[in-house]
Design a protein. Structure first.
Length: 255
C-alpha cells in the first residue's frame, strides 16, 4: 500500500498574483505557509480487475477513461497508469472549499502516489508543474500555481513567478524563537465567505469589464505586500506583519 500526505496552506501575502492571467502580464510574487492539516491519498493494488476510487462518492469502473473524477482520470492518463486492479482512496483533515488549497494538495499527493507506484523519483518542482498542467491546462480550472507548489515544497515559502510561468521557490528561514512566536500567535478560523479560488475564478474569467480591471489593480497592489511580510517575518515583527496581512486580505478583489 502507498500512502501520501500533502499539506494545505495559508497565503500570507500576494495571493492571486499566481494566476496566469496576472503573472503573464505583471509577474507574480507571494508568501505562503504550509500548515499541519493534510490531504491523504492511499493507493492499493488488488486482485480484482476493477478500478475502485473512493472520495465523496464511490466509483467502480473497468478503465481509466470511464472515471468521472477529472483529476484522478487525468493524473492516471498523464503518468500512463492504466492498471485496472487499483483502489484509490482520498481523505482530508479539513473539508474542501475552505480556501486552503485542497484541490492542489489533492492533485499533488495523487501524482506522488502514482509516481511511487511506477517507482519514479520526482523532484518537488516537477511534481508541482505536473499538478499545474493537469488542473490549469488539461482541465482549464481558473486557478493559480500557489497550491500545487506549496503542497510539493511545504514550509514557509516565497514563490516568484515569471511571465513564462517559471516559478522560483525560496524557503523563508526564521530564527527558532521567531518561528515559535509566529506559530504560537497564528490562528485560523473557518468562515463561510467565498474562497480565494472563487475570487481568482472571477478575475481569471473576466471579460475586460471595469470590475475585472479593478480586480487586477487590486492584485497589483497586493504584489507589493509579500516583500514586507517576508521582511517582517525574518525580523520577528509580528504586529507589523499582522497589519500587512490584514491589508493584503482587504485588497482581495471582490466579485
Amino acid at each position: 500500500m502507498i500512502i501520501t500526505r500533502s499539506p494545505l496552506r495559508v497565503s500570507l501575502g500576494g495571493g492571486g498574483t499566481d494566476l496566469p492571467s496576472y503573472y503573464r502580464e505583471h509577474t507574480g510574487f507571494l508568501v505562503a505557509a504550509a500548515i499541519d492539516k493534510y490531504v491523504y491519498i492511499t493507493l492499493h493494488q488488488t486482485f480484482i480487475q476493477e478500478l475502485i476510487v473512493k472520495y465523496s462518492k464511490l466509483e467502480r469502473v473497468a478503465t481509466v477513461e470511464q472515471l468521472e473524477h477529472p483529476i484522478i482520470r487525468e493524473a492516471m492518463k498523464a503518468l500512463g497508469v492504466g492498471a485496472s486492479n487499483l483502489e484509490i482512496t482520498s481523505m482530508a483533515d479539513i473539508p474542501g472549499g475552505t480556501g486552503l488549497g485542497s484541490s492542489g494538495s489533492f492533485t499533488t499527493g495523487l501524482l506522488k502516489a502514482l509516481h511511487a507506484l511506477r517507482r519514479n523519483i520526482v523532484h518537488p518542482a516537477e511534481l508541482a508543474e505536473q499538478a499545474c498542467d493537469i488542473e490549469l491546462n488539461k482541465l482549464g480550472e481558473p486557478i493559480g500555481k500557489q497550491d500545487q507548489y506549496m503542497a510539493a515544497f511545504g514550509g514557509l515559502t516565497t514563490l516568484d513567478i515569471a511571465p513564462d510561468g517559471l516559478v522560483v521557490v525560496k524557503r523563508v528561514d526564521l530564527d527558532a524563537e521567531v518561528e515559535a512566536a509566529f506559530i504560537e500567535h497564528t490562528h485560523i478560523h473557518f468562515r463561510a465567505d467565498p474562497t480565494d479560488a472563487e475570487i481568482d475564478a472571477y478575475v481569471a474569467s473576466g471579460d475586460g469589464s471595469g470590475s475585472e480591471l479593478g480586480a487586477v489593480a487590486a492584485l497589483a497592489a497586493r504584489e507589493q505586500l509579500p516583500q514586507a511580510v517576508r521582511s517582517q517575518l525574518t525580523l520577528g515583527e509580528g504586529s507589523g506583519m499582522a497589519g500587512t496581512v490584514t491589508r493584503d486580505m482587504m485588497l482581495s478583489p471582490q466579485p
